[in-house]
Write a protein that binds this ligand. Sequence first.
Ligand SMILES: [Zn+2]
Length: 295
Amino acid sequence: MKPSLVGAIEAGGTKFVCAIGTDPQNIEEIRFPTTSPEETIQKTIDFFKAKEIDSGKIQAIGIGTFGPAEVNPKSENFGWITNTPKEKWQKTDLITPIKNAFGDIPFAFDTDVNAAAWGEGRWGAAQGLDHYVYITVGTGIGGGAVNDGKILHGKNHPEMGHLRIPKDSSIDLYPGCCPFHGDCLEGLASGTAIKERWNTDPSFLPEDHKAWELESTYLADAILNLTLTLSPERFILGGGVMEQTHLFPMIRTKLNKRLAGYVEIENIDNFVLPPGLGSKSGVLGAIALAQDLTS
Ligand SMILES: [Zn+2]
């Protein structure tokens, strides 16, 4: 059976990606900067309306958004972006204006990282796995987990980016950049933190710079904690900072040492991997979420 035509929105704090398509080989997308909610949501609606003229009625729309967001369908604020540090977007109802524009079609609404995890499971580096974690290390840090073949939610959604991890202040004097917690994982290891700590864009730091030693330590500590909590089969690390691929072997070595043989990992090289879908995990994940509503 031909898969239904579905729409996908990856709502990011700096850019929106909207797409229609069926799989990684068949996807048409547009990217634009995230400005005011009104303008950004209108551009999103305009994209899908234009695509419907060429391609026919969209059958479902999947949304993966920056957060925190209300992803519990039982909540009266389902579909809202809630306590984001992005002021203009605080308490923004993202889903209702889009629903109003497209009528009676099903919508999926989840975090960007949960969507990315779902996309990696459908077409990327987590195919065939029932338990895995996707973490993005970019301007901020976020994580989404799949457990028993389902996206792990809890009351709303996990906030893995804000885990507390050990910090040795004799090595790292940087106080951390998280507006809520200071030196949480995101506060210490996000691209924003690297930039502030070393006063330069992370992509300008050479591979042997001590920034990476610190970065891989923080990420290995976070992954250790998540391994012990969730017992996943794999971690997928995406986002701009992880384009520094030399971080992968550093993280694996440190993680292996921290695990100390207590949790059996068959092959550490397969345990921590880059995304199979590159920077498209999120938008493809939103497509996968929408497809689940039409099958
Ligand atoms: Zn934090």
